[in-house]
Design a protein around this ligand. Structure first.
Ligand SMILES: [Cu+2]
Length: 152
């Protein structure tokens, strides 16, 4: 679920983990001590206005940071959602911020934490790439490219 890193020996360890843990097609994005990887989305039906994005954030530093918001030019609004099982029903709700504790990789995955693209300006198709900006409280803004691929 998460990986711990120490500074110093961290670079080699991190490089190894990124090679081992990331699909060859996905690039990683970095700002300050935060590394965002495995950024991916999936195709939407032609009439659908809602898409989903998954990613991971590794905080290789020593201080807590928070992902406070996300924007993308292809969506009217972008929300961070959490899925949870409530009395046997999967429900999702928007969260205000995603905590990124030091030394931890937070992963968003199907059935858990995810990003919702609301009011898509165009359908998402396999092979497409679009920009998304992650707004971190301390590290600032990070531009990532999201690749649309077939569902695993
Ligand atoms: Cu959702």
């Amino acid at each position: 679920m998460y990986q711990r890193f120490q500074r110093g020996c961290g670079c080699a360890l991190l490089a190894l983990w990124l090679v081992a843990g990331t699909p060859a097609t996905a690039a990683d994005f970095r700002i300050a001590d935060l590394i965002v990887g495995q950024v991916r989305s999936h195709p939407t039906a032609p009439a659908a206005a809602v898409g989903v994005v998954y990613f991971s954030v590794t905080n290789a530093g020593h201080r807590m940071d928070r992902l406070r918001g996300i924007t993308s030019p292809i969506a009217r609004a972008v929300e961070i959602h959490e899925s949870r099982n409530v009395d046997g029903m999967m429900q999702m709700r928007a969260v205000d911020a995603l905590e990124c504790p030091p030394g931890i990789t937070v992963k968003s995955e199907p059935g858990g934490l995810h990003v919702m693209l609301l009011g898509l300006s165009r359908p998402l198709i396999i092979g497409m790439e679009f920009p998304m900006v992650l707004h971190f409280q301390d590290a600032g803004m990070l531009l990532v490219r999201v690749q649309v691929s077939a569902r695993e």
